[in-house]
Design a protein around this ligand. Structure first.
Ligand code: HEM
Length: 508
């Protein structure tokens, strides 16, 4: 009897559920069609109507060929920027219509979440926090970090310059080949760990501390495990990976110690006769600032790890992608050098960098063409209507149900020919006249936009100008001319940025 139930009962119950959901969806859709003119977008064709396994296989094949992002771009173009598919039987609406993106990220942001995708997968590594969760956790966490990222507090030029100077010393200056990607990764690892934890990992130094090395290794392992858990979803319990759990507990333990240090520091500052300004290490550090807002150790630990998860790679990816493009456009390099020629490193304040118009246009153009966050998605939490993209002309509203995923390709958005003239070209000058709102979103939009946008732009601009001051030539040394995508969490140039740098003797 038990065997009968196992072989027939479960599949039958599953089919009944699928049929029931499909019937109630169809009913709601035809009602909404009559009342509001809602229509579905076209379906991506599949030979497997129940689970769309062929579509899943196609995605995996494209990822293996380093063409995942580009293939989404091609699909979106063949379906006029909106279509739907049913991988594993779950509905995914893919869209790059700025009106839909604004609706999901801002107008009706509360009806869309990220928790269903991320909490379970990422929770063991970072705990639940600003990056993994929706309300009520998210709305408790986001205000805690708001003061930390305000403009004046983030422009800590001197702290950043220590790491940049170490980075510059590792660059050959005789035109011989160097791949900037691993060096940018170490630079950002060192500066983000100092800013977030109050202790730099020192990966650019020869004597990187042993426990830092262990932390980095464990975090990398943890991130790989998170990737697997995203893929397996609710079936993650099937994964047998002792190393993942070991790495997670090492990461948690390391962060626990840093949190205890920060709390001890705060207690010391509160003692009679003590003043925080007199304590050692007065630099602006996230963990010290958070410890002023709360002494809940779990909140502090998961907040730090969530922010580290979001911020430790993205600026390095943005720098790599930008130097990939610059190495292929010597005219742009000369123009940057012309703009900055009278500056010295100590002049490079936050305000000064913002005032360098061409430098800002170059950064925008690099983030447009190769955005580190190339794809973003949300899961619908409450039935609602996307404003557009449905029906044969893609102009009708689309009814969406809880559990549906809305997948938005920023890569494709940034290459829409109706918004950006000659979109495949790297041409910073376009930003002299271009004004964008929901058409250009390297840092996302709405209440969950990147809180560290200004910090990241400062870091990127600072490195760019320091290098432009020092090197008269930036040569491409990569025999592969085209951008090959490497999609992990971010989209990065697979071949990195292989360049030759020639020192400017006049600026010794
Ligand atoms: C060029 C560098 C960066 C880019 C392109 C970038 C991009 C983004 C994007 C697109 C989002 C929105 C994600 C979403 O809507 O799901 C985001 C969120 C976030 N970013 Fe960044 N980011 C960068 C650097 C950083 C850095 C350096 C930090 C921290 C030090 C950071 C911390 C965060 C956090 C905490 C969130 C989550 C915000 C929330 O959900 O409320 N980012 N980032």
């Amino acid at each position: 009897m038990a065997a009968f139930l196992w072989y027939f009962g479960i599949p039958i119950a599953f089919l009944v559920r699928v049929l029931y959901l499909s019937l109630s969806r169809n009913l709601a859709t035809s009602r909404a069609a009559g009342r509001y003119g809602c229509k579905d977008p076209p379906n991506l064709p599949s030979r497997d109507p129940l689970f769309n396994f062929d579509i899943v296989r196609h995605s995996l094949r494209m990822a293996a060929k380093d063409r995942r992002i580009r293939s989404i771009y091609e699909q979106l173009h063949s379906y006029d920027f909106t279509f739907q598919s049913w991988p594993f039987g779950k509905r995914v609406i893919s869209t790059t219509d700025p009106k839909n993106i604004q609706f999901v990220f801002a107008t009706e942001a509360a009806k869309f979440g990220i928790g269903p995708q991320r909490e379970h997968a990422q929770g063991p590594l970072t705990g639940l926090g600003i990056v993994t969760s929706d309300d009520p956790i998210w709305s408790r966490m986001r205000p805690l970090i708001r003061p930390t990222f305000t403009r004046t507090q983030i422009a800590d030029r001197e702290s950043f310059d220590v790491h940049v100077s170490r980075f510059m010393e590792l660059l050959p200056s005789d035109g011989s080949e160097v791949n900037l990607r691993p060096l940018f990764e170490r630079l950002i690892l060192d500066s983000s760990s100092e800013f977030i934890f109050g202790e730099s990992f020192g990966s650019l130094l020869l004597d990187c501390k042993v426990d830092s090395k262990k932390f980095i290794e464990s975090f990398n392992n943890g991130q790989k495990g998170v990737g697997k858990r995203v893929l397996f979803g609710k079936m993650s319990f099937l994964i047998r990976d002792a190393k993942f759990w070991e790495s997670c507990s090492l990461v948690q333990e390391y962060t626990r110690r840093l949190v205890e240090n920060a709390l001890a520091r705060r207690r010391k500052a509160q003692e009679p006769g003590e003043n925080e300004d007199d304590l050692p290490n007065r630099k602006y550090v996230l963990v010290y600032e958070l410890a002023k807002e709360t002494d809940d150790r779990d909140v502090l630990r998961s907040q730090l790890l969530n922010i580290f998860f979001a911020g430790r790679d993205t600026p390095a990816t943005a720098l790599t992608n930008m130097f990939f493009a610059l190495a292929r456009h010597s005219r742009v390099w000369s123009k940057i050098r012309e703009e900055v020629k009278d500056l010295r490193p100590e002049d490079l304040t936050f305000e000064k960098l913002k005032s360098l118009r061409y430098v800002q246009h170059v950064i925008n153009e690099a983030l447009r063409l190769h955005p580190p966050v190339a794809n973003n998605s949300r899961v619908c939490l409450q039935t609602t209507m996307l404003p557009t993209g449905g029906g044969p002309d893609r102009k009708s509203p689309i009814l969406v149900f809880p559990g549906d995923t809305i997948s938005m390709s920023f890569y494709t958005l940034h290459r829409r020919a109706d918004i950006f003239l000659d979109p495949e070209e790297f041409r910073p000058e376009r930003w002299q006249t271009l004004r964008t709102t929901w058409e250009f979103l390297p840092f996302g939009g709405g209440p969950r936009h990147c809180p560290a946008q200004q910090l990241a732009l400062f870091w990127i601009g600072y490195v760019l100008v320091r290098m432009a001051l020092r090197f008269r030539e930036l040569r491409n040394m990569d025999p592969v001319e085209n951008f090959v995508e490497d999609l992990k969490l971010n989209m990065e140039s697979k071949n990195g940025a292989r360049v030759g740098l020639v020192f400017d003797e006049r600026r010794s």
